[in-house]
Write a protein that binds this ligand. Structure first.
Ligand SMILES: Nc1ncnc2c1ncn2[C@@H]1O[C@H](COP(=O)(O)OP(=O)(O)OP(=O)(O)O)[C@@H](O)[C@H]1O
Ligand SMILES: [Mg+2]
Length: 290
């Protein structure tokens, strides 16, 4: 029995399965925890279905538009580098929403970076190709993702990197002004509340690529604070928006990768790689593979 069928027809049993207060053998383990809830690895009640699912709980109620937007935008996004959604239910008793997704069992990129420190250029390029492809696809669907960071990139069994967590995704139809996301990855135009568009995702890709290759983010590295401590949010934002603050790059990296990263991390939206939509997405791809 497929879980999407279960979602439609057997809500009662699923509520019981997913209730974290009930000891249930079908919850195999915790895959991760985020600010909005826990993600479990779940085996459906019908053991004839060997597929495992990731079930994400969201503490907000289904009426809360953020959860509904997350589920709607994820459900309409079909791409091999975006985690697949199988539907959602609202547990009225516990006032929680549950989202069923494809389970990616290789851990997330932040775990890999904690283990490895930094990644070899070849692997970073492969991961960048996955992210570029997913972000390019979302932009072509008029969706901006707005939360690129290693915790939101998970590896499947084949080693393919996939985007999860559409909690901050938004259609590009209306202008966006809200400052959101994780400080290290936030684009300057968002900090300055100038109004932002999908270019914030290309900035985010620049930060993630830098982190994969250097082992720390570009504006919050160990060399940027005298005490070696992470910068305060105010200091971090000041560096991101200050045109005179120069990011330090590892110059032993190959020229195409250095150039690609620098063009993504341009503060001026108009000169950033990826600006101007679909044509620029092709440029991002070809620039990366040159
Ligand atoms: N489909 C999945 N397969 C495997 N692991 C996943 C999946 N979805 C999420 N995770 C893991 O769970 C963690 C939390 O999930 P997610 O980012 O969706 O939650 P969140 O509460 O929205 O997070 P945030 O703190 O970014 O708001 C992720 O960082 C990842 O490690
Ligand atoms: Mg997340």
């Amino acid at each position: 029995m497929k879980l999407d069928f279960v979602l439609r027809n057997r809500k009662r049993e699923l509520h019981d399965c997913w209730d974290p207060c009930t000891p249930m053998s079908c919850i195999l383990k915790v895959l991760g925890k985020g600010s909005s809830g826990t993600v479990w690895l779940v085996q459906p009640p019908d053991r004839s279905d060997s597929t495992l699912y990731a079930i994400k709980s969201a503490s907000q109620t289904w009426q809360h538009c953020d959860v509904r937007t997350e589920e709607t935008l994820l459900a309409q996004s079909r791409h091999e580098c975006i985690v697949r959604s199988f539907g959602s239910i609202l547990d009225r008793r516990h006032r929680k929403a549950y989202m069923a997704q494809e389970a990616c069992l290789g851990g997330d990129l932040s775990q890999l970076l904690r283990q490895e420190g930094r990644l070899p250029e070849g692997l970073a390029r492969t991961f960048t190709a996955c992210i570029t492809s997913a972000i390019g696809y979302l932009h072509s669907q008029h969706i901006m993702y707005r939360d690129l960071k290693p915790e939101n990139l998970v590896l499947d069994q084949r080693g393919l990197l996939k985007l999860v967590d559409f909690g901050l995704a938004k259609t590009t139809a209306e202008p966006a002004h809200t400052l959101c996301g994780t400080p290290e990855y936030v684009a300057p135009e968002m900090i300055e509340r100038r109004g932002h568009g999908p270019e914030v995702d290309w900035w985010g890709l620049g930060v993630v690529l830098y982190e994969m290759l250097h082992g720390h983010t570009p504006f919050n590295g160990p060399d940027q604070s005298e005490a070696g401590l992470p910068a305060s949010r105010v200091d971090l934002f000041a560096r991101v928006t200050n045109p005179f603050f120069k990011v330090t790059y590892d110059t032993t990296l190959s020229k195409p990768v250095l150039s690609f990263m620098k063009r993504l991390l341009r503060r001026k939206v108009e000169s950033r790689l990826g600006h101007l939509g679909v044509a620029a997405v092709q440029e991002v791809n070809s620039s990366h593979h040159c």
